[in-house]
Design a protein around this ligand. Structure first.
Ligand SMILES: *Cc1c(COP(=O)(O)O)cnc(C)c1O
Length: 361
C-alpha cells in the first residue's frame, strides 16, 4: 500500500484496490489509445461496448451466473431496487414475505407496502437485530409472490449463514454488502441485487441478477426506467448507463481474478474476520455486538459499553490512520467494514492499535 493512504473502514463507499485506482488513473485521459477518457465515450461506441461486454462476461464468470439469469446494471443504487422489486414482482393485489433483520430490510418492506401486502416472515427486532432467525422460525406464506431478505446487515453486523428454503417461492436478496465476497448459488435466487459501493465499484449503481422468467409482470404504472423486462430487452441501455462505474467494476473484476476469484475472497474474508473477532472475544475492553452465530465477516460491530470511550476510540483511531470506525448512528459503538479491498495488513494493524488502546485505557 502506498504510504500516504489510510485504512478506510467505511461501510460504503469504501476502499477500492489500489491497483484498480492506479489503472484508472493511468487510463484517465486516454483509454487504450482511444484518445479519450472512458467518461467521455459514447456508450454506443465500439470501444465502450467492448468494456461493457467484458465486464458483464467477467461478472457472469466470477459468480457462475447460469444462462437462466440475466445481469443488469441499474442506476439508483440498492435503494432503487427497494421499489423496483415490488413493482415488478408483486402483481395486482399480491403479497410478499419480508424477513426484517435490520435497517435496509425495514426500509425495503415499507416501500413494498405501497404496492401490495407485506407479510413479516420473521423479525430480529426484539433483540435489536443482533441475530438471524432460523429456518424453522420463518413464517412462509405459500401464495407470496416472493420472499425478501437482506443477506448481510451492514449496520448491525449480522449475516445469514443459510439460504432460506421457501418451498418454491422466488427468493429475492439484497446482497449489497457481501456480493463477490464468497461463492453464491445464483440458481437458487429469483433476484439478487447489490449497490456496488460496498464491494464492487464507486457508488450510484446496482448490479441486478434476475431469473428471466420473473420479468414482464410489472404493475402497469411501473416507471419504464424500473422495468426489469425493459432493462433485459435493452441490455441495461434503455438510457445512458452509468458508463464509468461499469468500467470501474470491470477493473475490480480483473483484480478479483488475480486474487483467486470469489473463492480467494472467501478465504481472505474468513481470515480477516477471525483476526478481529478472536481479539474481541479475548479483550476485556471491547466486545462484539452481534450474537456469535450471526456474525458478519464484512461488517464487524463492537463496543466498549461506554459511549464516551467509544467516541474517543474512533477519534484516536482516525488520527492514527484507521478511518471511519464509528458505528452507524442507529447503533452506536464501532463498526469495522472489511470488504474485499481491505488488505489483511489493515486488519492486523487495527488489532494492534486496539490492543495498545486497551493497554492504555
Ligand atoms: C448500503 C446498503 C444499501 C443502500 O445502498 P444505496 O446504494 O445507498 O441505495 C442497501 N442495502 C444494504 C444491505 C446496504 O449495505
Amino acid at each position: 500500500m502506498s504510504n500516504d493512504r489510510i485504512y478506510n473502514f467505511s461501510a460504503g463507499p469504501s476502499m477500492l484496490p489500489l491497483s484498480v485506482l492506479e489503472t484508472a488513473a493511468r487510463e484517465m485521459t486516454n483509454y487504450d489509445g482511444s484518445g479519450q477518457s472512458v467518461m467521455e465515450m459514447s456508450h454506443r461506441s465500439k470501444v465502450y461496448l467492448s468494456i461493457f461486454e467484458e465486464t458483464k462476461a467477467n461478472l457472469k464468470k466470477a459468480l457462475s451466473v447460469p444462462d437462466t439469469h440475466e445481469i443488469l446494471f441499474m442506476q439508483g443504487g440498492a435503494t432503487f431496487q427497494f421499489s423496483a422489486v415490488p413493482l415488478n414482482l408483486m402483481g395486482d393485489g399480491g403479497s410478499a414475505d419480508y424477513a426484517i433483520t435490520g435497517n435496509f430490510a425495514t426500509v425495503a418492506s415499507k416501500e413494498a407496502k405501497k404496492y401490495g401486502t407485506v407479510n413479516i416472515a420473521a423479525s430480529s427486532e426484539d433483540r435489536n437485530h443482533t441475530y438471524i432467525p432460523a429456518q424453522p422460525d420463518l413464517k412462509l406464506s405459500p401464495d407470496a409472490k416472493y420472499f425478501y431478505y437482506c443477506a448481510n446487515n451492514t449496520i448491525y453486523g449480522t449475516a445469514w449463514k443459510y439460504v432460506p428454503d421457501t418451498r418454491g417461492v422466488p427468493l429475492v436478496s439484497d446482497m449489497s454488502s457481501e456480493l463477490l465476497s464468497k461463492p453464491v448459488d445464483v440458481s437458487k435466487f429469483g433476484i439478487i441485487f447489490a449497490g456496488v459501493q460496498k464491494n464492487m465499484a464507486p457508488a450510484g449503481m446496482a448490479v441486478v441478477i434476475i431469473d428471466k422468467s420473473l420479468a414482464g409482470h410489472e404493475l402497469p404504472f411501473t416507471p419504464k426506467i424500473m422495468s426489469y423486462a425493459v432493462a433485459i430487452e435493452k441490455d441495461s441501455m434503455d438510457n445512458t448507463p452509468p458508463a464509468y462505474t461499469i468500467y470501474m467494476l470491470g477493473l475490480v473484476l480483473k483484480w478479483l481474478e488475480t486474487q483467486g476469484g470469489v473463492a480467494g475472497m472467501e478465504k481472505l474474508k474468513t481470515a480477516k474476520a477471525k483476526l478481529l473477532y478472536d481479539y474481541l472475544d479475548a479483550s476485556a475492553l471491547f466486545s462484539g455486538c452481534a450474537e456469535k452465530a450471526a456474525r458478519s465477516d464484512m461488517n464487524v460491530t463492537f463496543r466498549t459499553g461506554d459511549a464516551e470511550l467509544d467516541a474517543r476510540f474512533a477519534k484516536d483511531a482516525s488520527a492514527a490512520g484507521f478511518a471511519n470506525l464509528a458505528g452507524h448512528r442507529n447503533v452506536g459503538g464501532m463498526r469495522a467494514s472489511i470488504y474485499n479491498a481491505m488488505p489483511a495488513d489493515g486488519v492486523t494493524a487495527l488489532v494492534e492499535f486496539m490492543k495498545d488502546f486497551e493497554k492504555n485505557t
